[in-house]
Design a protein around this ligand. Structure first.
Ligand code: SAM
Length: 238
């Protein structure tokens, strides 16, 4: 496979070989993934330690989790096993076939991740606030941007918004391309907006409350938090 082939977005050279090892140190999500025998889950191995790191404070707690992209329901099974019983776990997918999957105790709702009326219904099903959103849907640049704008305002304080498969931002078939208007470019806007205190360009309302952005290869975790005007002072001295 030439490097040009890689740049065009062929998944082939990235396929794990039978003897490839887990990327992390075997945290509970990594263990659950490699031990999973239920419906198919598709995850890049280096995401698993990222999940282990950021989801750890939520482990054993009841969460309100939304995953965009159900596929065969495998990842919903993974989350249902990780978070406490009684969690509200909902997957959304545009494929009507996902409606007939048995993902109990999770649920599936059918619709598109860029449809504001549908997403409003989803948010309502959660009672108006969500703790963790995972975007593993179409990976189309415009869908990812839109979902973020429509859903991030409903992430609860202390919650997370996770966007996966950002390598697609460089691949044409996903509306991507180097330095184009992809989710990678949006992430830079969010970073600018986080610093709105220090420049005159304002901030998109949907970007309010980004407390931190954790950027890894192909995955960004946004922390939601209450915003406070930054202040500083000098202490000490003779
Ligand atoms: C990568 S798969 C999800 C994989 C699953 N989360 C897992 O880890 O096994 C992507 C899914 O997104 C769905 N999808 C594609 N376009 C969508 C859209 N506009 N809105 C919601 N889901 C979409 C596809 O039907 C597909 O099932």
């Amino acid at each position: 496979m030439s490097r040009l082939g890689l740049w065009r977005g062929s998944a082939g050279p990235f396929k794990a070989a039978a003897d490839d090892r887990p990327a992390g140190d075997g945290g509970p999500i990594e263990q659950a993934f490699f031990g999973h025998e239920g419906p198919v889950i598709h995850k890049w191995h280096h995401y698993l330690p990222v999940y282990d790191r950021h989801f750890a404070p939520w482990r054993g707690r009841q969460v309100r989790l939304l995953e965009i992209g159900v596929f065969k329901g495998g990842s919903l099974a993974l989350w249902s096993g990780y978070f406490a019983p009684g969690s509200t776990i909902i997957g959304i997918d545009i494929d009507p076939a996902c409606a007939s999957l048995d993902v109990t105790p999770a649920r599936v709702m059918i619709g598109s991740q860029d449809d504001p009326a549908f997403l409003a219904k989803v948010v309502e099903t959660f009672g108006g606030a969500i703790d963790i959103v995972i975007d593993d849907g179409s990976h189309q640049a415009r869908h990812m941007r839109r979902s973020f704008d429509l859903l991030f305002p409903f992430v609860a304080d202390g919650g997370l918004y996770v966007v996966e498969d950002l390598h697609c931002a460089y691949w044409k078939q996903f509306g991507g391309g180097f330095r184009r208007a992809t989710f990678i470019a949006k992430a830079k806007q969010v970073l600018d907006d986080m610093h709105h205190w220090y420049h005159p360009h304002g901030r998109a309302p949907a970007h309010a409350g980004v407390a931190a952005m954790h950027c890894y290869d192909s995955i960004i975790v946004f922390d939601k938090g209450r915003e406070e005007r930054p202040i500083n002072s000098k202490r000490g001295g003779a």
